[in-house]
Ligand binder design. Structure first.
Ligand code: PEP
Ligand code: MN
Length: 343
């Protein structure tokens, strides 16, 4: 997989999925500001919910809460815009950034409407990927913004709707965002692990992976009381958890080999368990052979197994010499296990 070269310090965007009350917005922001590593405070005011009847955001009244966050705590502030009137309200309120959500990027009419409303302003824009893994649609949205003179654009990778059962709320499909960024090298790209994960336990792991792949930063949904959030309660973390997550990124930078070594340790563990499970089956075969009065070594069967495994191993990029050595070793251990157990 392709890696990007990221900047030294991550661009960190954090804050609740939705602004709910002035108290929730301010308390979350105060705790985040205390960490010192959060650059931009996010909160959705107009919420694009999949189904009607859910909490659809506090709307315009939240703009003054975001201004208060900026004025009192010095954090830059961002919200999602999905229509011309959202853009006008966000620009009038003097927000520092706006972001375009995944559902909006999916629809070129919407992106065009937002772009035209932004024309003439020099506000920086964050642009999420469309919900489907269609990089032309994503790049097309970038061009629509550039065509109206918006040039400070940061991409946000938030995953793609899965079409099969998946551990993720949205599939990361890392190759797609990495390729899009390499085709648009002047743009920064950050990762939204919250919407990829869909559950808070996974947010840290995805963040670390994104950072190690070279993303420039993260947008992480953070709430003072995540379990009580009015939207996306399962995937939000609290400010203390965000601080721990940012510590982990720093540790990964200090010891870039550590994460990879842990992965190798896990793979070796799986390899040994698999070999032990294979020997278990081999011993059962040995006792069946004994009952049937067959020889332990069946040369013809072994040659077929060897050829088939070598050709599969080759397809997986393993060399023939290595495959012969390892398969011979497994075979000879299998025979001695059968002799020992079945004689
Ligand atoms: C959000 O950030 O809260 C949001 C609605 O995200 P997305 O557009 O990625 O679904
Ligand atoms: Mn959300």
């Amino acid at each position: 997989m392709q890696h990007l070269n990221h900047t030294k310090n991550p661009l960190v965007v954090a804050g609740p999925c939705s602004a709910e009350t002035e108290t929730q917005v301010m308390q979350t922001a105060e705790q985040l500001a205390r960490d010192g590593r959060v650059n931009v405070y996010r909160a959705g005011l107009w919420k694009p919910r999949s189904e009607p009847g859910c909490f659809e955001g506090v709307g315009k009244q939240g703009l003054k809460w975001l201004r208060k966050v900026r004025d009192e705590l010095g954090l830059a502030v961002i919200t999602e815009v999905a229509r011309e009137d959202h853009v006008k309200a966000a620009l009038d309120a003097g927000l520092d950034w706006v972001w375009i959500g995944a559902r909006s990027t999916t629809n070129p009419f919407t992106v065009q409407e937002i772009a035209e409303a932004l024309e003439g302003s020099d506000i920086p824009v964050m642009l999420k990927n469309p919900v489907s893994p269609d990089s032309r649609l994503w790049k097309g949205a970038v061009r629509r913004l550039q065509n109206v003179g918006i040039h400070d654009i940061t991409l946000i990778h938030r995953g793609f709707t899965p079409f099969q059962a998946s551990p993720f709320r949205n599939e990361p499909l890392w190759d797609i965002p990495l390729k899009v960024q390499s085709e648009l090298p002047d743009l920064k790209i950050i990762c939204d692990p919250s919407h990829i994960a869909g559950r808070r336990e996974l947010v840290g792991k995805i963040s670390l992976q994104a950072w190690q792949l070279g993303f420039d930063g993260l947008m992480v949904e953070t709430h003072v009381q995540p379990e009580l959030a009015l939207s996306d309660a399962r995937q939000q973390i609290n400010p203390a958890q965000l601080s721990a997550l940012l510590d982990e990124l720093e540790q990964a930078d200090a010891a870039p080999l550590e994460g990879l070594r842990q992965e190798v340790d896990q793979k070796d563990q799986q390899l040994l368990e698999l070999i032990a499970a294979r020997m278990n089956v081999v011993r059962q075969i040995g006792s069946v052979k004994k009952d049937m009065g067959l020889d332990i070594v069946q040369q013809e069967r072994w040659e077929r197994v060897l050829n088939q495994r070598i050709s599969r191993g080759n397809q997986l990029g393993l060399s023939e010499a290595f495959l012969e050595k390892i398969l011979e070793a497994i075979h000879s251990e299998s025979i001695s296990q059968q002799r020992k157990w079945c004689s």
